[in-house]
Design a protein around this ligand. Sequence first.
Ligand code: PEP
Ligand code: MG
Length: 591
Amino acid sequence: MVTNAPITEVIIQATAVSPGIAIGRVYPLRHKFNADIPADTTIAESEVAGELARFHRALEATRNELQILREELDRKLQNGDAGIFDAHLMIVDDRGMNSAVDTMIRDSHKNADYAFFRTSERYAAALAATDDEYLRERAADIRDVSGRIRRHLQNQTAGNEDLPDRCIIVAPDLTPSETAGLNKDKVLGFAVETGSAVSHTAILARSMRIPAVTGVPQSVLEQLSAADTVIVDGFQGKLILHPDPRTEEAYRLKAAEADKVFSALRSSAVRPEMKDGFEIQLSGNIESAADLSELRAVGAWGVGLMRSEFLFNRPQLPDEETQLAEYKEILAGCSGQPVVIRTLDVGGDKFFSAVSRSREQNPFLGLRGIRLTLREQQEVFRTQLRALLRAGVYGDLRIMLPMVTNPDELDDTRTLIQSCQEELAKEGKEFVRQVMLGAMIETPAAALTAHTLSEKADFFSIGTNDLTQYTLAIDRSNDRVAYLYAPSHPAVLKLIALTADAAARRGIPVSVCGQMAGDPRYTALLAGLGVHELSMDAGAIGAVRRVLRGISMADARQAAMQALAAPDARTALQASCKLLERSAPDLAALL
Ligand code: PEP
Ligand code: MG
């Protein structure tokens, strides 16, 4: 809600998705992800270079995608029919069309999406109007390729080199792959229209420790010019435009206070031991080996979730050696502590140009995670498994499968693992022969059949971000239904309890690695439900450890029992929040 006039200070209430305070100059990004027909958008002179670069990056991503598709089809057909992609590649490299787009961006100050759409349509329309059948078909090719380019264009933010130093991005949307590519040294924070606290964009922001808010109204971009000062309050979900000097000063003090509380919590010397001696393991969620030093600094016990898909966030697929080097660095860096690496989880809200896949109406219910790797990307999967098996000799590796709904998915993966091991043995390469294979419990189907899955899985990790989305029928990246998104909904809690119970009966470990694990309001609840391990961003470990040390397992079990019997999510959380207030009042005050 806008509560003030534009020229003076404007306070916008948004949704807090990544804690922290950022104060800096705004960098407005005016493109919109998923917009089919781009609007006629005029840009400032200072944005021209960024838009030109974005257009050329989209061309490059399309070129790479077409080359991969051509190679794949070549392998399948072996008769040269993949030549259709050569024609498409020529369109991507059409100098006349591309320089017309450049001119429109540079001279008419149109954004890249609109300039490209107008230009390519002009070319296609001219060909479609001829009498020559061959040329008319080329018009269809242009439209086909330009659809691809536009999709990549909508996936491209300004590159880091185009961003000014110490800026705050305000945009309609940032995709997970764009967020992962942000340079933390340049971007102090961001505010976007779409997304919720458990969208992958938000997850990445937290793990990169970039303060962020979502749900800002569309009109905000119109009120901003490049280099205006803005404040992102990632604790209380506020975006402040044109702050007056007193507000700026108050926020500087708040940022210093938050730094003090969180630095005190970082101390890694103490164990996550509860008052009656129970211990809950606290491990880290990471995207790459670069996140390890922070995990060590806060005293995490190994890695509970490595989201390996972010390794695929590059124009070309990472080959076996590239993956091996990354996994090896993580395993060696954890000095024998457990490292859970999740296999490629593409789909839902995560798309990377290196992993080709078709568009779907409902990507969250589509060929996502283990479904995609087993059905359409087996070669990519085999490469990943081979790299993992080879890296396994450097530490305590555990492989985890995302989006499991059937025991077959574990059986089929074991068969693939075995075949990769046979291959590696023949090649004389070193690899692990025994590796734990776990299932993520992210769907009601998996939780309700956890007793069956426990016959096939060596461990469970509950992905509460997805479990909540699929149980409550709420798209986790849709800010319009974010008000209903509640991991403490008794329906979700019952599924967690069922999973923990099935794991206990079989004697296998069970962890939670969704966002809930790193939120101190849920700590008592999860401990009381029987979860052995909580895996979270490094930034959350200190707070969760502090809560655990201030409560007993007896208190936690009582809070869990009350929650399971509660009528709704808010009531379910009450006992757990009371324990938080009692054990860590200063922390409770910040949340
Ligand atoms: C989850 O779903 O809770 C999870 C940890 O996986 P992701 O957030 O990557 O989907
Ligand atoms: Mg998930």
